[in-house]
Design a protein around this ligand. Structure first.
Ligand SMILES: [Zn+2]
Length: 228
């Protein structure tokens, strides 16, 4: 079996991923690069795979047509910060600074991406650490480490030994959403699942969680629109 195949017109490339634990065929479209991948269960064959993909072609095309175009990172463009679109402007300080409507990036056009990425990462670390510490204190649990990554499928995760991981892109979301994700992960240190008890716990420390969860579901793909 090849690693991808192509269907339809205009053609869609389907990447193949074998997963011996998968029970059925499933399709996924990446928010980051818009690539389509098909998970193949252990007992799979090309004919079945193609039949499955054809049956989903309408859904795929609808989804792909709604995918957002990448926004270039350059002076004069706007980028999300704390849920608001701010201008990227040339700055004259040594470091990236920001006010209500602009981010000031020193240096040349070609360095903007690197500098902004570093800035977003540092800001995310500061914010999410403070927020995670706050909820950990409230719930009496211990955090061992916090890592920032550029994840595509989830905004945060945690392990039973207190290691938290967050996407630094969360600083593009409103502050409340950033705090919600921290509350979500810290609550997992007590309840490692998404049971009713778990959601009650989240609600007890973050009463407004539903709105913020919905914000991420609806707008999360906007955070991946910037090619940082
Ligand atoms: Zn969770």
């Amino acid at each position: 079996m090849s690693d991808f195949f192509i269907i339809g017109d205009p053609p869609i490339e389907i990447l193949l991923r074998r997963n011996s634990k998968a029970k059925r065929y499933s399709l996924r479209i990446s928010n980051k690069d818009h690539k389509v991948s098909l998970t193949l269960p252990r007992s799979s064959n090309m004919r079945e795979a193609k039949e499955f993909v054809s049956s989903q072609e309408g859904w795929m095309r609808k989804h792909l047509s709604r995918q957002l175009k990448p926004i270039p990172i350059k002076f004069g463009e706007r980028i999300l910060l704390d849920g608001k679109k701010v201008f990227i402007r040339r700055g004259f300080e040594k470091v990236v600074t920001f006010n209500n409507d602009s981010l000031f990036v020193p240096g040349a056009q070609e360095d903007i991406c690197g500098k902004l990425r570093a800035f977003y990462k540092t800001l995310a670390r500061e914010r999410l650490m403070a927020s995670s510490d706050y909820f950990a204190k409230l719930l009496g649990c211990k955090i061992n480490s916090i890592t920032l990554r550029d994840t595509t499928s989830r905004w945060g995760s945690c392990t039973s030994n207190g290691r938290l991981m967050y996407s630094w892109r969360l600083v593009m979301a409103p502050r409340e959403v950033q705090n919600y994700v921290a509350a979500h992960e810290v609550c997992h240190l007590i309840e490692m699942n998404h049971s009713n008890e778990y959601w009650q716990l989240v609600e007890s420390v973050f009463p407004n969680y539903k709105l913020n969860r919905l914000w991420l579901k609806t707008n999360g793909n906007l955070l991946h629109q910037y090619k940082l």
